[in-house]
Design a protein around this ligand. Structure first.
Ligand code: SAH
Length: 283
């Protein structure tokens, strides 16, 4: 099955890349968000800002049950639970991430409010309509969007909101950028890139009504320079872990993204309608 293969590829990628991710991002495996391109926001703050952009949009509160699809090692799920009072269930397809996320929740005294489970996002082990809200921060990038969004719609209750950070294409794709995108896709085990305009119909087909689609590229673009700096600072350790070739592939990709541009960065929210959409009339 295609989806199963994609999930296993992403799984293998994260198992292998975990040390690098912890070195680049700490407990938040995602881009940073800077309110203004050159403000004084530190990288750590920017990483939390991105999570907060999602938390603000999902609008969860005490008593809500929130799904974190593709939870990494738990930074965002724990932050969401702490700041909103909601109960969060994080899923990832990588066992070591679940172990680390669970340990982190315990250390941060949040174990009563956050739980983590190993599962494939395309076959969630939860009943229909069992969540009030869902977040997906840079996890849909690895999945076939259509089945992943349908699965989210299935487990959301009517009226439930999904807030997500994803990649998309919005600006013109030059031949140079096309090469960078292909490389990015191969190196980071990404799924296909979709144009921003394709998201509304894709969401509707999955049973979700688009609420907001924001091209946030300008807010996150400093992240790549941060990866560069962090990688340089931890070069010996990372070279020992990955080998010279693998690491220079990643550094080459960072350079290419800075020079030619990578995918655009999309923050979107969508809502499961309270009453199901009537079946399309194909007559
Ligand atoms: N949202 C987290 C992690 C982002 S990294 C954060 O912001 O920190 C992407 C995450 O998606 C990883 O945890 C990866 O294991 C997970 N993932 C990718 N494909 C998946 C799949 N098919 N099922 C479950 N999790 C998946």
């Amino acid at each position: 099955m295609i989806t199963e293969t994609a999930s296993r590829k992403a799984q293998a990628y994260y198992e292998q890349a975990e040390a690098m991710y912890v070195s680049l991002y700490g407990p938040n495996f995602h881009h940073g968000y800077w309110p203004l391109p050159d403000d004084g926001t530190t990288y750590e703050q920017a990483l939390d800002n991105l999570t907060d952009q999602i938390i603000d949009r999902v609008g969860a509160g005490q008593g809500d049950r929130v799904l974190d699809l593709g939870c990494g090692i738990g930074g965002p799920a724990i932050r969401l639970a702490r700041t909103t009072g909601a109960h969060v269930v994080g899923v990832s397809n990588v066992a070591t991430q679940i172990e680390q996320a669970t340990a982190r929740a315990r250390t941060e005294n949040m174990a009563g409010q956050v739980e983590f489970e190993q599962a494939d996002a395309l076959e969630l082990p939860f009943p229909d309509e069992s969540f009030d809200a869902a977040i997906a921060i840079e996890s849909l990038i690895h999945m076939d969007r259509a089945p992943a969004l349908s699965e989210i719609a299935r487990v959301l209750r009517p009226g439930g909101v999904l807030a997500a950070a994803d990649f998309c294409l919005n600006a013109f794709v030059t031949p140079e950028r096309r090469q960078v995108l292909d490389r990015y896709r191969a190196l980071d085990s990404l799924s296909s890139f979709h144009r921003l305009d394709d998201f509304p119909p894709m969401l509707r087909d999955a049973g979700l009504e688009p609420v907001e689609l924001l091209d946030a590229s300008g807010h996150v673009e400093r992240s790549v320079k941060m990866w560069w700096e962090r990688t340089e600072a931890d070069l010996e350790n990372l070279t020992n872990h990955y080998g010279k070739q693998e690491l220079s592939d990643f550094i080459g990709l960072f350079d290419d993204v800075i020079t030619h541009g990578g995918p655009e960065y999309l923050i979107f929210t969508a809502r499961k309608p309270r009453t199901p959409r009537p079946a399309p009339d194909h007559a």
